[in-house]
Design a protein around this ligand. Structure first.
Ligand code: ATP
Length: 247
């Protein structure tokens, strides 16, 4: 399938029925991809989250999507890129579903204080300063056999979303906003983050290994770090090992 993305180039979207992981599929095929090429699947047998954690990805009418992106600024920009992906996904799903979808630092979408979607950016390789990354997105649109531990009743409303339209909009919006991010960094996106942040001005705790850090969430800075207010002081936190929770 070819989708005009309004930028003169064409992105290819491969439609797969069953795959181990959409991210792994692109990682395995990276040599033949150009930036913006994507794939979707109906089912993932080994979908993953951060640090090899499992992502529940059964048959249903969900979105299991991955896109290859050549990141000219190198791997240091991957954190910011993943935050921009969250903003784009939240806004695209809001526009299509009318639901009040939010972002959670660093890599999830929330609906009614529950996890609706996960985003996982993985490094495929480097050439010179440039990093080749794969962006994976799993959205619970409609679970036909939900996991009772993580089921969210609101998912049923998102099941009405037209997935063809959703994928077309996601490809178009990601291509546009990731290009903006590459040119201008995170600065133009900070207000978008505050508008969409599920936890802004709320007491939260950060789980960092065995440590728990408490504070009030205040959005993100231009490096993509989480801003936390603690005893009247502002501190920032960055890193792939941190999990944020409400407190
Ligand atoms: P957190 O920050 O919430 O601790 P994370 O962002 O590190 O988690 P991910 O690695 O993105 O989490 O996702 C994996 C986790 O998400 C799993 O451990 C499980 O708890 C949860 N999960 C797995 N599948 C789904 C799903 N389909 N919908 C919602 N949550 C899921």
């Amino acid at each position: 399938t070819k989708i005009d993305n309004y930028y003169g180039a064409d992105s290819h979207v491969e439609v797969l029925p069953i795959i181990d992981s959409t991210n792994q599929y692109l990682l395995n095929n990276i040599e033949r991809l150009t930036t913006g090429d994507s794939c979707v699947a109906e089912f993932q047998s080994k979908a993953r989250g951060r640090r090899g954690r499992q992502w529940f990805a059964p048959f249903g009418s969900n979105l299991y999507f991955s896109m290859y992106w050549r990141l000219d600024q190198g791997i240091a920009a991957a954190m910011g890129l993943s935050l921009v992906v969250g903003i784009v996904m939240a806004d695209t799903l809001r526009a299509i579903s009318g639901q009040d979808i939010k972002v959670k630092w660093p890599n999830d979408l929330y609906l009614d204080d529950q996890k609706l979607a996960g985003i996982l950016v993985e490094l495929a390789g480097k050439t010179g300063d440039c990093a080749h990354v794969v962006i994976g997105i799993g959205v619970n649109l409609m679970m036909t056999n939900p996991d009772p531990n993580i089921v969210n009743q609101k998912w049923a409303n998102l099941g009405k979303v037209d997935r063809n339209l959703l994928v077309a909009k996601v490809v178009k919006n990601l291509t546009s906003k990731l290009t903006d991010f590459e040119q201008h960094g995170l600065a133009p996106f900070l207000d978008d983050w505050l508008r969409l942040d599920n936890f802004v001005d709320r007491p939260v705790k950060l789980l960092i290994g065995d440590n728990v850090i408490r504070g009030v969430a205040k959005g993100i800075n231009e490096q993509g770090a989480l801003i936390l207010e603690q005893n009247g002081k502002t501190n920032t936190f960055i890193g792939g090992e941190i999990s944020l929770r409400s407190d």
